[in-house]
Design a protein around this ligand. Structure first.
Ligand code: GLU
Length: 411
C-alpha cells in the first residue's frame, strides 16, 4: 500500500509552498487508495511553537486534507536514539572532533545517484558529500536522521517534498541502506518563485496561507491555484478536491520553478467568489460600510459585485463607489439632460415597482438605452460601473424618484 506523509516543522506560519507539498502528498495517497500521514516534526524545541502546530491543523481542516494518522516527532525520540546507537555500534557513525556525531560516507564510488520521479537521475560527485552530522554532541538526532527513521517506522513508501531537500535525500538514502530499510520513492517538487524569478521570500511576498484567506481568497481558489503551480492537471482549469485526485500525475510536474502569479490567483478567485452565498457575501464587507448599507437592497446587486471582484478589497471598493454619491451628492447636469430628467420625473413619479418603472420609461421612449447615462450621473455620479438596472434595484424605486426630484429642484 502507498503511504505518503507531510512532515512540517512548526517553526513558522504555514507557507504557501508547504500547502502545495501537503496537497500533493494528499492527492497522491488518495489517488493510489493509500494512506496519508501528518507528522509534525517538533524536535527543534527552541523554534517549534504550539501556535504553529495549531495553524497546521487549522489549515488542514480548512482545505479538507484528511489524514489517516497524526503524530508528533518528539514522541518518537527513543526510536531515534536506538537507531543512532545501532549506527555507532556498526562503526558507521563516530563522534567528531568538533562534537557532533557524524556518518562516515563510503568513498568506494566516485559518485552517488538515485532516481527521482520528477528530477530524473540525480548524480552527485562523491567529494561533494562530506561526512554529515546525524546527532549533536549530546546525542540529540538531527533532522536528517530522525526524519528517515520516522519514514521507515511509519512505512512511508513515497516522499514528495521541496527541491531544497534533494541533497538531504542522498544522505538519507545512505542511512537507509546502512540500516537495511526498505527503499522509498522520492519526488522533489521545484520551488515556487515570485513573478520576477526569485525564490518566494517572506520579506517581499505574502507567503502565509491564512493571510490569503483573510484577504478574501476563497480556499477553493487557493487550492486550485496552488496545485496548478507546476502541474497542468491534464489542462483542466477548474478542479475541486475529487477532480484533482483523479487528474493528479506527479511525474508530470514540471522541472522549472513554478511562478507565483497573483493575477492568476485573482482569476481563480473571481470564479469561486461568484459561487458564494449571499450570507457569505455579507461577511466579506467591513463593519463600517455594512452599517451604511441598511437602507438599501444589497441582495439585488451582490452577484453583479462579485462578478467584478477578485477579493474583499474589490468588494468593499465596489460598494463604496456605489454609495459615495448618495451621501455626498456632486451631480451636475446640462440643460438638455435636465429637461430629459424632468420628463423622466413626470413619467415615473407615481410608480411603485421596478417593472412599472421600466414600462413607463419605455412607453415614453425614455428607456435606459437613452437615459442610462443620466440615471448613472444622478444616482452614483459615475463612480460605479455596475449595470444601471441593478443600481436602481439596489437603491429602490422610491429613493431613485426622490433623487430625481431633488436634482430637478436643486438645479
Ligand atoms: N520537517 C522538514 C521540513 O519542514 C520535513 C521535510 C520533509 O522530509 O518533508 O522541511
Amino acid at each position: 500500500m502507498i503511504i505518503t506523509r507531510f512532515a512540517p516543522s512548526p517553526t513558522g506560519n504555514f507557507h504557501i509552498g508547504s500547502l502545495r507539498t501537503a496537497i500533493y502528498n494528499y492527492l497522491y495517497a488518495k489517488k493510489k487508495h493509500g494512506k496519508f500521514i501528518l507528522r509534525i516534526e517538533d524536535t527543534d524545541k527552541e523554534r517549534s511553537k504550539k501556535e504553529y502546530e495549531d495553524e497546521i491543523i487549522k489549515v488542514f481542516n480548512l482545505f479538507g486534507l484528511q489524514y489517516d494518522d497524526l503524530n508528533y516527532q518528539s514522541a518518537n525520540k527513543d526510536e531515534h536514539i536506538r537507531y543512532l546507537e545501532r549506527l555507532i555500534t556498526m562503526g558507521l557513525v563516530y563522534k567528531s572532533d568538533e562534537g557532533p556525531y557524524k556518518f562516515l560516507v563510503k568513498r568506494e564510488l566516485d559518485h552517488f545517484e538515485y532516481s527521482d520521479v520528477i528530477l530524473g537521475n540525480i548524480k552527485i560527485p562523491n567529494e561533494n558529500i562530506e561526512n554529515f552530522s546525524v546527532a549533536r554532541s549530546d546525542k540529540t538526532p538531527t533532522f536528517i536522521l530522525s526524519n528517515i527513521i520516522d519514514d521507515h517506522t511509519q512505512n512511508i513508501t513515497n516522499v514528495i517534498r521541496g527541491n531544497d531537500h534533494s541533497i538531504n535525500t542522498i544522505k538519507q538514502i545512505m542511512l537507509s541502506q546502512a540500516l537495511s530499510f526498505k527503499p522509498i520513492t522520492y519526488a522533489h517538487i521545484p520551488l515556487i518563485h515570485d513573478i520576477s524569478g526569485k525564490k518566494l521570500s517572506k520579506r517581499d511576498n505574502i507567503t502565509n496561507v491564512l493571510t490569503y484567506l483573510e484577504k478574501g481568497y476563497q480556499k477553493e481558489a487557493l487550492f486550485n491555484f496552488i496545485i496548478k503551480l507546476g502541474n497542468s492537471f491534464n489542462e483542466i482549469e477548474y478542479l475541486n478536491n475529487s477532480e484533482s485526485i483523479n487528474n493528479f500525475e506527479i511525474e508530470k510536474t514540471v522541472l522549472s520553478p513554478a511562478k507565483f502569479n497573483l493575477d492568476k490567483l485573482k482569476f481563480y478567485n473571481n470564479y469561486y467568489l461568484q459561487k458564494i452565498s449571499y450570507d457569505s457575501f455579507i461577511n466579506c464587507i467591513n463593519e463600517k460600510i455594512k452599517k451604511k448599507l441598511e437602507p438599501f437592497n444589497l441582495k439585488e446587486i451582490y452577484a453583479d459585485i462579485l462578478k467584478r471582484s477578485n477579493n474583499y478589497e474589490d468588494i468593499n471598493l465596489e460598494i463604496e463607489n456605489l454609495i459615495k454619491n448618495y451621501h455626498d451628492n456632486n451631480t451636475t447636469l446640462n440643460e438638455n439632460e435636465l429637461m430629459i430628467l424632468k420628463n423622466i420625473y413626470e413619467c415615473v413619479k407615481g410608480v411603485l415597482t421596478f417593472d412599472e418603472f421600466i414600462k413607463s420609461l419605455e412607453e415614453k421612449e425614455l428607456s435606459f438605452k437613452k437615459t442610462g447615462k443620466i440615471f448613472r450621473n444622478i444616482i452614483v455620479n459615475f463612480h460605479s460601473k455596475l449595470p444601471i438596472d441593478s443600481i436602481i434595484k439596489f437603491f429602490g424605486i422610491q429613493k431613485v424618484i426622490d433623487m430625481i426630484s431633488h436634482t430637478i429642484n436643486n438645479e
